[in-house]
Ligand binder design. Structure first.
Ligand SMILES: [Zn+2]
Length: 536
């Protein structure tokens, strides 16, 4: 047989959790054409893969690359980790639909997440149809916070009947266009204003379309157990697949609760609830600075918040609430060095400084520093918050059913997206699991880690022909040296690609990374959900 690419003598992992076997893989017309020992035939390109693991391309089930893929279509920090598919539009934040006259509102709302992205009015269908060609495949979610923002602004109230109908109609439109499902960000306004009946109404729409529900749960710190219960309840009541994204137990008071939650998910699955979770392997999270302050600070939108933050009374109240409960959604931190400025579009010179450092330099109280900083940076600041226990991270990493998601954007060591100090997970999530937790720490076998990055997410997402290395499947393939695939990105120096001179990544049968160098190819496609729920 004549192949486009023939991979010889690699250790082939099929992505189902099976152990690796030495085999050849033939690729033709963008698909896996043959897997065998040996595969007979010739090819235009032969890859000598002895010593390399050959796996399905990694599926990053949880990302915000919708904010950067149009700026860096090469998806550099992702493909260099072996990622071939990204799911975008998470945490309630999607850049579409954007209704007439609402561009500035959406742009301001998303400024700490998407500081460089141009926004424009468009339907979800237009968004999918005009998404640029990129190096990775992309599947899109409709964001609940975006729906609410479009229909009700930042109002803290239940939707009127006609508003509920409008949100449902916008969701239906997105799903009809091929969105994989809906994301929620119940931790922050305006998504946090939604009560159970609103979420049930929207998830019933998802159920009708065989689409999924992806949730940044209502609280990841002091009320994390109740928030997981809420997610499981939605799954049980609406019969939808629920993905609890970037799962963590944040805040020192909540360390150790991961085991309880893993047991809750297992018990829910045992009674037929379709629920999954994913996580990134780091003890710090990343968030807009405004979101770690009490939620009422943001009422009325960015302008109202900035005005409010100037008032001494506001600061007094913030100080008291943090003293009583810790940070909003993040709980108690050990000290103010646990908050580091990450990306700060209007005051970039402070990236990398901690709130403790700025407080010392300015001779001010940390709460005043945060309020002043938000005013200087027009509310757009992103921070890293170190608030998770390493033992809890290991507990999740080791759990075979907990999927791997970076919660990171594709960025690069060049261009606009090289600005600031993003979370190292943007560059290191997948190699960190394999290099650190599998190779060095031996927390689990390599085939289990690969399953959590390929077959596992493909099943959760209902991908019809990706996630397994199997004849007839799309040729998304990642080759790496298991002994030389380590993350190098750190909190202080994040813009670093992983180690591994032989890392090679194929997307839809085209070489995107060859021996750790980007080929400039952008063969990724937009994934769309069909009426029966399958995604391709
Ligand atoms: Zn989130």
């Amino acid at each position: 047989m004549n192949f486009d690419i023939l991979i010889r003598d690699g250790m082939v992992f099929d992505g189902s959790g099976n152990t690796g076997k030495i085999a050849d893989v033939g690729i033709g017309n963008g698909r896996i054409a043959a897997v065998g020992t040996p595969v007979d035939g010739s090819a235009r390109k032969i890859i000598a893969a002895a010593g390399l693991a050959v796996a399905p391309g990694f599926i990053d089930i949880k990302t915000h690359s919708d904010f950067t893929l149009p700026i860096n279509p090469k998806a550099e920090s992702k493909v260099r980790q072996g990622v071939t598919t990204e799911i975008i539009g998470h945490c309630g934040f999607s850049v579409a639909p954007c209704l007439p006259g609402k561009v500035e509102l959406l742009k301001d709302y998303l400024s700490p997440s998407a500081p460089w992205l141009p926004f424009r009015e468009r339907s979800f269908a237009e968004y999918l149809d005009t998404f640029p060609a990129t190096a990775v495949n992309a599947g899109m979610l409709v964001g609940h916070n975006t729906l609410r923002l479009m229909v009700m602004g930042m109002d803290n109230r239940a939707p009127a009947a006609h508003e509920m109908q409008q949100m449902i109609a916008l969701l239906e439109e997105g799903l009809a266009a091929g969105a994989l499902g809906m994301s929620s960000g119940l931790f922050t306004s305006p998504g946090s204003y939604a009560k159970r009946d609103e979420m049930v109404a929207l998830c019933n729409v998802l159920k009708r379309h065989h689409a999924g529900y992806f949730t940044h749960i209502r609280d990841e710190s002091n009320q994390v157990i109740e928030a997981v219960e809420e997610a499981i309840d939605i799954g049980a009541s609406c019969g939808v697949h629920v993905e609890i994204v970037h799962f963590k137990c944040s805040g020192t008071d909540n360390w150790g609760k991961v085991a309880t939650v893993m047991a809750m998910l297992e018990a829910a699955r045992a009674r037929g609830v379709d629920v999954d979770c994913d996580a990134y392997p780091y003890t710090a999270g990343s968030n807009p600075l405004k979101n770690i302050l009490p939620q009422w600070v943001q009422a009325g939108g960015v302008e109202a918040m900035l005005g409010r933050l100037k008032l001494e009374d506001t600061r007094k109240r913030i100080r008291a609430e943090i003293a009583a409960h810790g940070l909003n959604n993040w709980g108690r931190i050990k000290n103010w060095d646990c908050i580091q400025i990450s990306i700060s579009p209007h005051t970039p010179q402070y990236s990398g400084r901690t709130i403790a450092q700025l407080a010392a330099e300015r001779g001010k109280d940390p709460v005043d520093v945060m309020c002043d900083y938000l005013i200087e940076d027009q509310g757009a600041t992103r921070v890293l918050v170190t608030s998770i226990s390493e033992d809890d991270v290991r507990e999740i990493v080791r759990c075979p059913s907990a999927l791997v998601g970076s919660d990171g954007n594709c960025v690069a060591s060049y261009g606009i997206v090289s600005q600031g100090l993003p979370h190292p997970r943007f560059y290191g999530t997948f190699p960190r699991i394999i290099g650190h937790y599998v190779h060095e720490e031996k927390l689990m076998p390599l085939e289990t880690a690969i399953y959590k990055m390929t077959g596992g997410p493909a099943k959760a997402l209902k991908l019809k022909d990706r996630g397994l290395l199997k004849e007839g499947y799309r040729a998304d393939v990642t080759l790496f040296d298991p002994a030389d695939f380590r993350d190098r990105a750190t909190y202080d120096n994040p813009h670093q690609y992983p180690t591994g001179d032989r890392t090679t990544v194929i997307v839809n049968g085209k070489m995107v990374v060859e021996n750790a160098r980007h080929t400039d190819a952008i063969p990724g496609i937009v994934l769309r959900r069909a009426a029966n729920g399958s995604v391709g």
